[in-house]
Every structure is written in structure tokens, then in C-alpha cells.
Ligand binder design. Structure first.
Ligand code: ADP
Length: 176
């Protein structure tokens, strides 16, 4: 028996925070999460609540949509947070921030953020995962654009998200 066997195993878990707007979650996000479960014991999808950023879905809607997607995945926790990602990561005992990279356009912003975060919390790594070839053109933004005009998004988002988008745009079109 190893000396640590009797300890609480959650203490040694490798936890990563995956922060973002998730407005809504797409297959691009899903791909990053699935692949990173091979590296970490647990992923916390951290839905960032930023009152200055306008989102299509409210905080509660984004929580509901994302919870539904991971209902059968015990190693993925869905949560919302306000303020600095590094502070949130500290309170959740995370060892890494996970980010996805699609194009060169993502790179400069992500590099600046990663360096700033390292300055704020030097023991927290930012891990970048390259998008898969199927997802490099998928973003929450273009999914919303396509869905708004009734286009087919079935290959871009999990099935349950299609209904949330349809209902949201239907309710908006009923507005005066
Ligand atoms: P933000 O509001 O920070 O842009 P998002 O919810 O759009 O957050 O995305 C969260 C993270 O997921 C970011 O690191 C973003 O680059 C990454 N991401 C989003 N879409 C994809 C994709 N199709 N492939 C890989 N990474 C992605």
C-alpha cells in the first residue's frame, strides 16, 4: 500500500479551469474539453459573467445549457464566476487554465492574457489546445449568426443547444 492511499483523493486531482463566455457552448468547445479530459482529472467549465459584455443568453441560461450538455460526464463541472480567472482558479485549486486556439487571430490576445495571468499567479499554467480541423471555423458568434437566419447548425453545436437557440430567436422575433 502506498502512503497516500488513505488520503482524500480529491486533494491530488489535476483540475483545469476552462473559462469563456459559452454563449452558447459549441462543438468546438466540446472538442477541447473531451481531449483535455485525457490530461486532467477534472475540468471546470467556468462561465465568465461580465456585466460589460453583452451576451445572447443570460448567466442562468448559459449555466442550464452547459449543464445539460455535461449531464452524463461526472468529470466536468459547470460553474459561473465573476472577476479574475486566476482568482477563481485559485479558489477552485486548479493547476491550469485551458484555452483553445483556432487561428492566428486568437494568438496575440491569448498570449497577452496568458502572460498577464502568469504575472498574477505564477504557479498557474495556461494550456493551449489547437482546434481540430472539424472545428476551426466554429465560434459561438458565427453559430448565432447562422441560427438567427434559420441556417443548419446541427454539425456545429450539441443537439440540445439547437432548441435553445431556436426558442431564443423565436422569442426575440415576437418582440415589437
Ligand atoms: P471568449 O468569450 O473568451 O472568447 P468563448 O466562450 O468564445 O470565450 O471561448 C472559450 C475558449 O474556447 C477560448 O479559449 C476560445 O478560443 C476557445 N474556443 C472557442 N471556439 C473554439 C473552437 N472552435 N476550437 C477551439 N477552441 C475554441
Amino acid at each position: 500500500m502506498w502512503p497516500n492511499d488513505s488520503l482524500d483523493t480529491t486533494v491530488n486531482q489535476r483540475i483545469a479551469i476552462y473559462p469563456g463566455s459559452f454563449d452558447p457552448i459549441t462543438n468546438g468547445h466540446l472538442d477541447i474539453i473531451k481531449r483535455s479530459l485525457g490530461i486532467f482529472d477534472k475540468i471546470i467549465v467556468g462561465i465568465a459573467v461580465n456585466s460589460r459584455k453583452q451576451t445572447l443568453f443570460s448567466k442562468q441560461e448559459r449555466l442550464d445549457i452547459t449543464h445539460e450538455v455535461f449531464a452524463n460526464e461526472p468529470r466536468v463541472e459547470v460553474d459561473a464566476f465573476e472577476g479574475l480567472t486566476v482568482e477563481y482558479a485559485r479558489t477552485r485549486n486548479a493547476c491550469a487554465i485551458l484555452r483553445g486556439l483556432r487561428a492566428v487571430a486568437d494568438f496575440e490576445y491569448e498570449l497577452q492574457m496568458a502572460n498577464m495571468n502568469r504575472k498574477l499567479h505564477e504557479n498557474l499554467e495556461t494550456l493551449f489546445m489547437m482546434t481540430s480541423e472539424k472545428s476551426f471555423f466554429v465560434s459561438s458568434q458565427n453559430v448565432k449568426e447562422v441560427a438567427r437566419f434559420g441556417g443548419d447548425i446541427s454539425e456545429l453545436v450539441p443537439a440540445s443547444v439547437i432548441g435553445y437557440l431556436a426558442r431564443k430567436f423565436a422569442s426575440q422575433s415576437n418582440l415589437p
